[in-house]
Design a protein around this ligand. Structure first.
Ligand SMILES: [Zn+2]
Length: 301
């Protein structure tokens, strides 16, 4: 038994390289993609898929250059602070003045510590509460927790520099912010729209797959004036895709809930939902439907 465990560990070392090196305070292995311009003064440092842990760097990072300095939305896994700054330096000499964390997860908050402790850090109040539970923000690292929080809506800066943060309820976690750059008509969704597949609903951090489509419906209804969407972990897209994601989630919950009422197993509910959804929604995967179905069963039982 022990021998199997040791062999397993050797095999796993390659995959854990990123986390291990980050823990050692060295540069992580996987390199970040270059900045991609979304609109004037707004760039994205792209995300990689969490499916391949050796290449995983974290979620999409928004880089918004305002009159007074740079706003960074989500900071990827730990260890990427210097590289994020290096990329920002290619487009501006202005200092980073504000970080927004869309939610608590380490692939969106991990490199908060890579920035100056004087940087203003902003998040939803539930996200701060979730971050307080993380080892990564204990002791000295508490200085990289959000300094300012909000409940329903918050605006940062004004005029063409304005950034609006909205909260519409539980979904991926209990504290997901939708970030709007009104002058540019761009919405950054965090992991309320991470990819074209079922969502991850982190119930330990107050997430809810049942609430997910309701929360998205509120966002779709309230955030009208945008023409571009930056998802959590996939390439820049359109509001049409974001609206479609709301319908996908509504169908997912309805399908799984129906199967549950009919006394089906989670496996059967997931297979049925996958088959229907993949047929109806082009370009979607169903790799995460099973986990979402399980979350829905756990929530409703
Ligand atoms: Zn997340």
């Amino acid at each position: 038994m022990r021998r199997v465990v040791v062999l397993g560990s050797v095999l796993v070392i390659g995959f854990l390289g990123v986390a291990f090196e980050a823990a050692q305070g060295q540069a992580p292995r996987a390199t970040l993609p270059d900045l991609v311009k979304v609109k004037d003064n707004l760039y994205v440092i792209g995300a990689s898929s969490p499916a391949d842990r050796s290449m995983f760097t974290g979620g999409n990072t928004g880089v918004f250059i305002t009159t007074g300095g740079v706003v960074v939305v989500d900071t990827k896994l730990a260890g990427y602070g210097p590289t994020i700054l290096e990329k920002i330096r290619k487009v501006t000499d202005k200092p980073v003045i504000t970080i927004v964390n869309t939610h608590t997860h380490g692939d969106h908050t991990g490199s908060n510590e890579g920035f100056s402790a004087t940087v203003d850090i902003v998040a939803h109040e539930n996200t701060k509460a979730n971050m307080l539970k993380m080892d990564a923000f204990k002791g000295d690292k508490a200085q990289f927790l959000p300094k300012r929080t909000y409940k329903d809506k918050m605006s940062l800066f004004s005029g063409k520099d304005r950034v609006d943060l909205y909260y519409f309820g539980a979904g991926h976690t209990s504290g997901d912010s939708f970030v709007v750059y009104p002058s540019l008509r761009v919405l950054q969704t965090g992991d309320m729209f991470a990819w074209k597949d079922a969502p991850l609903c982190d119930r330990a951090n107050g997430g809810s797959c049942v609430e997910f489509p309701k929360t998205l419906a509120k966002a779709v209804a309230a955030i009208k004036d945008v023409d571009t969407v930056i998802p959590g972990h996939s390439p820049v897209t359109t509001p049409k895709d974001f609206e479609e994601y709301q319908r996908f989630n509504a169908d997912l919950v309805a399908s799984v809930q129906g199967a549950m009422k009919a006394g089906k197993s989670v496996d059967d509910a997931a297979s049925a939902a996958s088959a229907t959804l993949v047929r109806k929604y082009q370009g979607y995967s169903s790799d995460r439907v099973k986990a979402a179905a399980q979350a829905i069963y756990d929530e409703l039982k």
